[in-house]
Design a protein around this ligand. Structure first.
Ligand code: FE
Length: 198
């Protein structure tokens, strides 16, 4: 028996990773060394558009989300793709070192990528912390908190009675009555058979 639910007890947080050209929600973030420029590791899904951006860019920023974050930020950065949506539209950002940082966050860390490790599903990006600040005092959102509250946090904003389709793999939401026959999830790349009608 492999009850993966226990992995929700790993005390990961919730972050928005941004890099030149895009960004996404990530939870697998860890500080893996100390000193003046500690190393921060972050895992990003390979199918994610942000992953390809990170292979081209030098820097990424992590904005730390609080339990009081606007859920729209999580649905925008977590369930949509820059392949078809400008995630930064209507989002308050701060520019730090030419990086877009999320204003509605506890603070940010800007890292320079020093190593990449590929596994089957994710790339582990290891970055050297080069700039960081605290923006406000609040309780950081844990991944477990997100799992418990996600139905409220990411309420789908469609009118009552309207059909939408949810990718069973990544949660991407497509808000049309019918899914085109050749539909490919813009976020994770799976075909329409892995979409569930709601
Ligand atoms: Fe998907």
């Amino acid at each position: 028996m492999k009850n993966k639910k226990i992995t929700r007890s790993i005390t990961q947080g919730m972050y928005i990773l941004t890099t030149n050209g895009g960004g996404c929600v990530v939870d697998a973030v860890s500080q893996i060394s100390s000193g003046d420029n500690p190393l921060i590791a972050v895992a990003v899904m390979k199918n994610n558009f942000t992953n390809s951006l990170l292979h081209e860019n030098k820097l990424f920023a992590l904005s730390v989300l609080s339990e009081n974050v606007d859920g729209n930020l999580i649905s925008t950065f977590g369930l949509k793709s820059m392949r078809d949506t400008d995630k930064f539209l209507n989002v308050d950002i701060l520019e730090v070192m030419n990086m877009k940082v999320i204003k509605d966050s506890i603070g940010y860390m800007i890292c320079e990528i020093v190593e990449m490790i590929e596994n089957d599903t994710h790339t582990l990006f290891i970055g050297k912390l080069i700039e960081a600040d605290v923006l406000k005092e609040d309780t950081p959102m844990s991944y477990g908190y997100y799992q418990e509250h996600k139905d409220d946090l990411i309420k789908v904003q469609t009118e009552n009675g309207k059909t939408y389709w949810v990718c069973k793999i990544c949660g991407y939401i497509y808000t049309e009555e019918e899914l085109p026959e050749d539909f490919i999830c813009p976020k994770c790349g799976v075909d329409k058979s892995l979409f569930e009608r709601k």
